[in-house]
Design a protein around this ligand. Structure first.
Ligand code: GLU
Length: 459
C-alpha cells in the first residue's frame, strides 16, 4: 500500500517545536515508506487564520527540510464539505439543533444534579418541522450535530459501542461512543468545525496514516464513526506525545516563544531542531543527527514514549554546537558571507578551520572575522606586569616563516626567559593578539595572521 500522510496545521500563529514534531513524524514516516506528504492548512476558521502565518509555516518547513508533495488549503475546499454535509443530512446523520449555549449549560447542570453524565440528550431530534420553523422565524440559526452510531434502533436508548483502533504509538485503544455527545460539525454561522473537513479531506486525499499529537486521541472515536458514515475506512492512527516546557506547560503558538521562526533567526541549525524535535520523548538517545536521511533511519514511531516530554532549549545549544563543528567552509560559505565574513579573502577558508571549534552558531564567526582580518578587539586589556611581559615577548618571535611550529618555539623560548608558564604565559599573548581572553588555538592563529600582522599587534 502506498503511504500518504498529512500535516494539518491551523495558520493561527507561528509554529513551534511541538508542532514541528508532528510535521517531522509525518515527513520521516513518508520518507521511510516512499510515501507522499500533504501539507494541509486547516484554515476554515477565517477569523483566526492569516495568510502571513500560512506563508511562515511553508518557510519554516522548507528551512527544516520538509518538502511537501502537495499543498492544500481547506478554505478553498468548502464546496467539498458542503457536499459531504448534504449527504449526511440526507441520510439523517447530521441534524439541526437550536439550543443556545445557555440552554445547553442549564441542561448539563440538571443532568449532573441527577448524577447523569453531562451528555447531549439529542433533544433536537424530537423537534417537529413546526418547532424548527418557529425557531427559524425567531431568527435562530441551527448548529448541526453528527448522530453517533451508539444505539440500536432508538437514538434515545444508547448502548455501549466500542470503537477499537490499533494506534501505532499507543497500541490498542478503545473509545465508547455512548460516552460522548454527538459532536457539532457545523456552527450556527454555517462554518465548519475541524472534524468534518478533516475527515472529508483525509478520504479525498487518500490519507493512509494520521500521525498527530495525542491531544487528538479522544477525537478519534467520533472521527472513525464519521469515516464509516461516509462509506470510507478510517486510516491508521498514530498519536505521539506532546512536548512541554521545562516547567511542564504546553507550548503555545500564541506566545511566539520557541517558534521555528525565532530559532531560525537565532542562528540555529535546522538539523539541531529536527534532531531534538524527533528524538526527545522516545527511547532513542537525543543526538545531533546531520541530515534527514540519517534521522529517518533512527526514527521509529513505536519507540515514542506515552507521557509528555519536557523540552529544554539548552539541549538545542549542545546539539547545535556539535553540528556546527562538523561543517566545512563550503557548507557555510553563503552564511559566512551573510554574517560579514569576506569569503573571497584568501584567508577565509583557513579562518573557518581555525574558528569553527569555538563556535556555537555559524553566525558567531562574523564576530571573529574582523579580529582576524582587521585588528584585535578591545574586550580584554593588559595591565602592569602582563602588559610589560607581552610587549617584550614580541621581540622573541622566532625568525623565519610563521608556521604551525612557531607558537611552540616562541612560547618555549618565553618560558625559559621569563619563568612564566601556563595561563600566566599564554593569556597575555592571547589578549595581545586578539583583544579577547578566549578564542581559537593560538598555534593555528599565528600562521593565519602572518609575521607582519603579529608584530603590528604588539601592545
Ligand atoms: N489542525 C489540527 C491541529 O493542529 C489538525 C489535527 C489533525 O491532524 O487531525 O491540531
Amino acid at each position: 500500500m502506498s503511504v500518504t500522510v498529512r500535516f494539518a496545521p491551523s495558520p493561527t500563529g507561528f509554529i513551534h517545536i511541538g508542532n514541528v514534531r508532528t510535521a517531522l513524524f509525518n515527513w520521516l514516516y513518508a520518507l521511510k515508506n516512499d510515501g507522499q506528504f500533504v501539507l494541509r492548512y486547516d484554515d476554515t476558521d477565517i477569523a483566526r487564520s492569516k495568510a502571513e502565518y500560512a506563508e511562515q509555516i511553508a518557510k519554516d518547513l522548507n528551512w527544516l527540510g520538509v518538502k511537501p508533495h502537495r499543498v492544500e488549503y481547506q478554505s478553498k475546499r468548502m464546496a467539498n464539505y458542503d457536499e459531504a454535509a448534504q449527504r449526511l443530512k440526507d441520510a439523517g446523520l447530521l441534524y439541526p439543533c437550536y439550543e443556545t449555549a445557555d440552554e445547553l449549560e442549564r441542561r448539563r447542570k440538571i443532568r449532573l444534579g441527577r448524577k447523569l453524565p453531562p451528555l447531549y440528550g439529542r433533544e433536537a431530534l424530537k423537534l417537529t418541522d413546526e418547532e424548527k420553523a418557529a425557531f427559524e422565524a425567531e431568527g435562530r440559526k441551527p448548529h448541526w450535530r453528527f448522530l453517533l452510531p451508539n444505539f440500536e434502533n432508538d437514538p434515545f436508548t444508547t448502548k455501549r459501542t466500542e470503537i477499537v483502533f490499533e494506534d501505532a504509538v499507543r497500541g490498542r485503544q478503545a473509545v465508547d461512543l455512548a460516552s460522548m455527545s454527538d459532536p457539532v460539525l457545523i456552527r450556527e454561522d454555517g462554518t465548519y468545525l475541524y472534524t468534518l473537513p478533516s475527515v472529508v479531506d483525509d478520504i479525498e486525499m487518500g490519507v493512509t496514516h494520521i500521525i498527530r499529537g495525542d491531544d487528538h486521541v479522544t477525537n478519534t472515536g467520533a472521527q472513525i464513526a464519521l469515516f464509516e458514515a461516509m462509506g470510507a475506512t478510517a486510516p491508521q492512527f498514530g498519536h505521539h506525545n506532546l512536548l512541554t516546557t521545562i516547567s511542564g506547560e504546553g507550548l503555545s503558538k500564541r506566545t511566539g516563544a520557541l517558534s521555528i521562526k525565532s530559532l531560525e533567526e537565532g542562528g540555529y541549525e535546522p538539523m539541531a531542531v529536527n534532531s531534538l524535535a524527533v528524538l526527545i520523548g522516545t527511547s532513542e538517545n537525543v543526538s545531533a543527527v546531520p541530515d534527514m536521511k540519517a534521522l529517518a533511519e533512527l526514527f521509529d514511531i513505536t519507540s515514542t514514549t506515552k507521557s509528555a516530554a519536557k523540552f529544554d532549549p539548552a539541549e538545542l545549544d549542545g546539539l547545535n554546537e556539535t553540528l556546527v563543528h562538523a561543517l566545512t567552509f563550503d557548507d557555510v560559505k553563503e552564511r559566512l558571507s551573510a554574517a560579514g565574513v569576506d569569503v573571497a579573502d584568501e584567508r577565509a577558508k583557513d579562518f573557518w578551520t581555525l574558528i569553527v571549534k569555538n563556535l556555537k552558531k555559524v553566525s558567531d564567526a562574523g564576530d571573529w572575522w574582523p579580529i582576524i582580518a582587521n585588528g584585535k578587539a578591545s574586550d580584554a586589556v593588559l595591565e602592569g606586569d602582563d602588559l610589560e611581559f607581552a610587549s617584550d615577548a614580541f621581540d622573541a618571535l622566532p625568525e623565519g616563516p610563521v608556521d604551525n611550529q612557531t607558537w611552540k618555539q616562541w612560547t618555549d623560548a618565553l618560558k625559559a626567559s621569563s619563568g612564566r608558564k601556563g595561563r600566566g604565559l599564554f593569556m597575555p599573548l592571547r589578549i595581545a593578539l586578539t583583544g579577547r581572553a578566549w578564542g581559537p588555538e593560538l598555534a593555528d592563529l599565528l600562521p593565519l595572521l602572518g609575521r607582519e600582522e603579529i608584530l603590528a599587534r604588539r601592545p
